[in-house]
Design a protein around this ligand. Structure first.
Ligand code: NDP
Ligand code: BG6
Length: 494
């Protein structure tokens, strides 16, 4: 760790991401001794707030999980909060950023990290204002770096424009485009699972794999994030980035070497093989409120931060086709939904039937193999195999070869933002999105987004707490020989 002072400026510090992920991750890094001795964290946003209110808000989500058992770590929290301040200002005002820099004591001699935890529409105004305030330094010694959250732009054209504009202020070396799913343990393990185990590569193709299902869902609403979410919708919020990155890691060819360039090269190559889904391959939905004897749950449009006439999808299901020799004909079903019955993110690799299966010929109905990678909530990998049920006679059933992180490893699973923030501080880019990767991802979704926004697809209502979103989603899956996963049922079964 360098001895230089580190200043971190969290822009959008009043928001959800800052409170729930960035400050907790910085606190965890602090508790583990990964921040330099001399650091300062300046929060910046438009909302006016006292220092006490701000500290109270961020304290709520700080945890002591890296402290020895029984230690409430309040001394660590006090020390950490003593390095955190809040400054109110406009996002497009160089003068306001200068005032913040003066109050916070930012100096061009220090390393400075700007974290843009704001909607994409304000990325460039912020970059320009930081530049006007004279706060953009060099790429190295001391460095200035900027972290940009997804979605980067609204489509291919606006993303290219934004890249160009941001490039006028920051060099590519200084820009870290974050997709926090790449920092999740189980996602980082995908390359290890595929390429450090001999058995998977020979069967990882259209001859053995029938379909791939990548499902992401949350059993919560948007929690007052309408200011951000209603501008983007679920496809830009989750599919174009988190889920497409997962697809790329599942489908890419083996990189020739470890390291950012090789892995990113392969991701770009496979992203370019995806044929953009058309409107006949997509279902969108928006969750509505539900009322029972016991409670009333708000719908998307009931959130005070969402316009009453919003047409923004909170659910989408789409089938993607990777047109290359490895995957031709294998459907990749991608699902993302808020307001569902359970929170989960899972990758299901469904294998084909055993040809001329003697058990089937003998009248049994054996199930097929599936490899399931549960990113969350369980962090686990399991393989569904067919086994003989003990007892007289030949009865077959499906059972799991099961690797659960919680029991297989003693280590604490870090939050994705811990790993990624440390990478930014260390200047390590492997888990960040390269410019051409971003362009290739927008190429996959831009035609569909345009058709949706031209009115080609309207979101269908589904009740908050729904098991499988709009009914048409199950029909879409079925058309491609798949069944939607029932996460609540699997949760109840464990
Ligand atoms: P919020 O809606 O909480 O927005 C963050 C802050 O930005 C708000 O507190 C508000 O601050 C300001 N803001 C909100 N809407 C607007 C607007 N329309 N114009 C200008 N400023 C606005 O969103 P999140 O914090 O959830 O998300 C911010 C970014 O982080 C997004 O790009 C999102 O994709 C990304 N992200 C979020 C995650 C999460 O879990 N929340 C996870 C991963 C990424 P003020 O009014 O005080 O200026
Ligand atoms: C963010 C989205 O990128 O990811 C949010 O903007 C979503 O809408 C969040 O809730 C989910 O992240 P995680 O790590 O809680 O699964």
């Amino acid at each position: 760790m360098s001895d230089s002072k580190l200043n971190i400026v969290v822009i959008g510090a009043s928001g959800h991401l800052a409170r729930t992920k960035i400050y907790p991750a910085l606190f965890s890094l602090y508790c583990q001794g990964f921040l330099p001795d001399d650091f300062y964290i300046a929060g910046y946003a438009r909302s006016s707030m006292t220092q006490a209110t701000f500290r109270e808000r961020i304290t709520e989500k700080l945890t002591c999980r890296y402290s020895p058992e029984g230690d409430d770590c309040s001394h660590n929290m006090e020390a950490f909060l003593g390095r955190c301040c809040y400054h109110a200002g406009q996002y497009d005002s160089g003068a306001d950023f200068s005032a913040m820099a003066n109050e916070a004591g930012l100096s061009p001699k220090d390393n400075t990290l700007f974290y843009l935890a704001v909607p994409p529409s304000v990325f460039y105004p912020v970059a320009e204002a930081i530049q006007d305030a004279g706060l953009v330094g060099h790429a190295e010694d001391p460095w200035t770096r900027i972290v940009i959250e997804k979605p980067f732009g609204r489509d291919r054209v606006s993303s290219d424009e934004l890249t160009e504009l941001m490039g006028q202020v920051f060099s590519e070396t200084q820009v870290f485009r974050i997709d926090h799913y790449l920092g999740k343990e189980v996602i980082q393990n995908l390359v290890v699972l595929r390429f450090a185990n001999l058995i998977f590569e020979p069967i990882w193709n259209r001859d053995y794999i029938e379909s791939v299902q990548i499902t992401w869902q949350e059993n919560k609403s948007i929690e007052g994030r309408g200011g951000y979410f209603d501008e983007v919708g679920i496809i830009r919020d989750v599919m174009q980035n988190h889920l497409l990155q997962i697809l790329a890691l599942v489908a890419m060819e083996p990189p020739s070497r470890l390291g950012a360039t090789h892995i990113q090269d392969e991701k770009v190559r496979v992203l370019k093989c995806i044929s953009p889904p058309g409107v006949d391959e997509v279902v969108t939905g928006q969750f509505v409120g539900t009322t029972s004897d016991k409670y009333t749950v708000m719908g998307y449009k009931d959130d005070p931060t969402v316009p009453d006439d919003s047409n923004t999808p909170t659910y989408a299901a789409t089938v993607m086709h990777v047109v290359n020799r490895r995957w031709d004909g294998v459907p990749f079903l991608m699902i993302a939904g808020k307001g569902m019955d359970a929170s989960a993110n899972e990758i299901r690799i469904q294998f084909r039937d055993v040809p001329a299966n003697m058990f089937r010929l003998a009248g049994e109905n054996p199930s097929r193999n599936a490899l399931v990678i549960n990113v969350q909530p369980d962090a686990s990998i399991y393989f569904e195999i067919v086994a003989k049920v003990p007892g007289v006679g030949m009865k077959l059933d499906s059972r799991l070869l099961d690797l659960r992180y919680a029991s297989a490893f003693n280590e604490i699973i870090p939050d994705a933002y811990e790993d990624l923030l440390l990478d930014v501080i260390n200047g390590e880019k492997s888990l960040f999105i390269r410019e051409d990767e971003l362009a290739a991802s927008w190429d996959v979704f831009t035609p569909l987004l345009k058709e949706i926004e031209a009115g080609g697809v309207s979101p269908v209502d589904y009740p908050f707490g729904s098991k499988s979103g709009p009914e048409a989603a199950a029909a879409l899956a079925e058309r491609h020989g798949m069944t939607l996963t029932d996460f609540q049922a699997s949760k109840d079964a464990t």
